[in-house]
Design a protein around this ligand. Structure first.
Ligand code: SIN
Length: 261
């Protein structure tokens, strides 16, 4: 087992594991329980190399290949590792609240990030609990949303692609309900007028990212974070001017979000 220290009252926990040393003996079931309970878990003071990052990700499922417009470490033999950096311009696309790749039929289950380069100050990441977001809506609104689906589209990367997902989904491990819509990829709510969809989504995007539902992580190079991608949104703060920031990310294959039924 390992010690777990909460990051805020809403979500997030720091897990006390030396990944390079203990990967072979890691209690994966306990780790997945911790991710489901806390939404995001972080690991500090790590000495993991890229092989170790890949091995950690494989413990959690099958690694997905990134979409073609995301630079990867394929040239180094790691096609599943995306590189998100100020140098390649991708860091400037993550400073908004989102769920990774929610426009796919099966959005990634987990995002497994290994931080490479951090600015001297700034560049923190925030996560927001979509369980808390759902649970703090009125029962009348919860009931109304539970019957709806929404369109998720990749307007910037590939406008032709998209999927419909339930607006409220259920955690397959805990049964807990969560909101599932984000301002980067959720483009409309199905079965209502455009005006109704715009008004509802505006309300939900603002509600889902209230500071009360968030935690924040100050990175050091080498830190690892794993988040439960269907059940949190995240936001990479862009407050570090021209300084460099770089991370490696592996996404784990996910099932379609489950409706609450
Ligand atoms: C991401 O959006 O997946 C990257 C998060 C970050 O840059 O902190």
């Amino acid at each position: 087992m390992f010690d777990v220290e909460p990051l805020s009252g809403a979500l997030g926990a720091r897990v006390d594991v030396d990944l390079a040393r203990d990967l072979g003996n890691l209690d994966v079931d306990a780790l997945e329980d911790a991710i489901a309970k806390h939404g995001v878990v972080t690991f500090t003071d790590q000495r993991l190399d890229t092989d170790g990052h890949v091995a950690l990700a494989r413990l959690l499922g099958e690694a997905k290949l990134p979409p073609p417009y995301i630079p990867s470490l394929a040239h180094l033999g790691y096609p599943e590792v995306s590189e998100i950096s100020t140098e390649n311009g991708l860091a400037s696309l993550t400073d908004r609240w989102h769920t990774d790749v929610s426009w796919e039929a099966g959005p990634p289950k987990y995002s497994v990030v290994h931080m490479q380069v951090v600015p001297t100050v700034g560049g923190d990441t925030l996560w927001s609990s979509q369980h808390r977001a759902f649970e703090t809506l009125s029962p009348a609104m919860q009931g109304f949303l539970a019957g709806l689906t929404a369109r998720h589209s990749n307007l910037a990367g590939d406008p032709g692609t998209g999927s419909d997902h339930p607006v409220v989904c259920r955690h397959p491990r805990t049964g807990r309900k969560a909101l599932f819509c984000n301002s980067v990829f959720t483009t409309s709510i199905n079965g209502v007028t455009t005006d109704e969809s715009d008004a509802l989504l505006g309300m939900l995007f603002a509600h889902a990212t209230r500071p009360d539902f968030t935690c924040r992580w100050r990175w050091a190079a080498g830190d690892v974070a794993i988040w439960d991608n269907h059940f949190v949104q995240h936001y990479a703060l862009s407050d570090y001017g021209g300084a460099a920031r770089k991370l490696h990310r592996i996404e784990i294959v996910g099932e379609p979000p489950q409706p609450v039924g």
